[in-house]
Design a protein around this ligand. Structure first.
Ligand code: MLT
Length: 317
């Protein structure tokens, strides 16, 4: 089956490699890096394909307005900002580029883990302000600590091998991988009741779906080791922010590095309190934001779109 894709709308600042490849195959491309909902609703009827990153939410009204849409492409891994059910109902294909930015998300996760362990951000901020507080910022070693990885997909797997090399004991919670797969990676498959009391660090790499929304909440936090540190380069909705702020305030959570938030950009005063908390390092959804990842993501999405318009030939026996 081939699809009609003549015109493509690219939003959210997807790497220029995407438009370049599409144009070299004769497609007409419009790039609007920052688009409002109103503008998107007005523009969308003119296009066959829409390419988004995480800023644009593709809601049923956008899909309804996209009278000529045949494909929605997510220039990234998670398709949680696209209403896939509404698209499917309209026979609109949804594609993504799941592996293209995994290394970048992994590297940010590992870097943030070290930054938490060694108080890099508060120490640098303090020195910039003219103080020399060596004792105040004594850290802890990563080596010998226990890391729990929730979700052993591409990012989780890459984090596991790197942090094992740094001397961490790695526990994995992922209902879709076997104990043997975990063993082959020198990790241990565990159930959630083993994660909470054992882990010194917990990193989140599950997709955001109904069963994982608010995964980290009052109840799960109450089972954690006092002072546990969290890294979230996955999705904001995995953490119930209200409960997380309480856990930061009472010391249940000793540190957190958060790259993603329930609402982005965050406006909710509660989220802003988390971002400003002294035990938190907050970054503006930078997991996939590297030069290399954006080139790969743009290429992968463009190649998939080009393949969809190529007539297929099948070998008949
Ligand atoms: C992803 O799902 O791969 C990332 O959130 C991509 C992005 O930063 O847009």
């Amino acid at each position: 089956q081939t699809l009609t894709i003549k015109s493509v709308l690219i939003v959210d600042g997807v790497g220029p490699s995407c438009a370049k490849i599409l144009e070299s195959h004769g497609l007409s491309v419009t790039s609007i890096p920052k688009i409002s909902k109103e503008q998107l609703l007005k523009e969308i009827p003119n296009y066959n394909a829409l390419v988004v990153r995480s800023a644009t939410t593709v809601t049923p009204d956008v899909i309804e307005a996209g009278k000529n849409l045949t494909v929605i492409a997510r220039a990234g891994a998670g398709v949680d900002n696209i209403d896939v059910a509404a698209a499917t109902k309209k026979n609109i294909m949804v594609i993504n580029a799941p592996g293209a930015n995994a290394m970048s998300a992994c590297e940010l996760t590992c870097g943030l883990m070290f930054a938490l362990a060694r108080n890099v951000v508060p120490a640098a901020t303090s020195l910039r302000a003219g103080r020399w507080d060596r004792a105040l910022y004594t850290g802890t070693e990563i080596c010998g600590k226990t890391l729990a990885i929730l979700g052993l997909g591409r990012v989780g797997t890459a984090v596991a091998s790197r942090m094992i090399a740094c001397g961490m004991k790695v526990l994995v919670y992922d209902p879709f991988v076997s104990a043997q797969q975990c063993e082959a990676l020198n990790t241990k498959k565990v159930e959630l009741d083993e994660v909470w009391p054992e882990a010194d660090y917990i990193t989140l790499h599950t997709p955001l779906i109904e069963s994982t929304r608010n995964f980290i909440n009052k109840n799960t936090l109450s089972l954690c080791k006092k002072g546990v540190k969290f890294i979230n380069v996955g999705r904001g909705g995995l953490i119930k922010e209200e409960d997380f702020l309480d856990a930061l305030n009472d010391g249940t959570v000793g540190g957190a590095a958060l790259d993603v938030f329930e609402e982005e950009p965050p406006k909710n005063p509660l989220t802003l309190q988390i971002i400003q908390h002294p035990a938190v390092i907050a970054t503006p959804h930078l997991g996939a934001s590297t030069k290399e990842a954006q080139v790969r993501v743009g290429q992968e999405i463009a190649e998939q779109l080009v393949n969809l318009i190529k007539p297929k030939t099948y070998n008949t026996p």
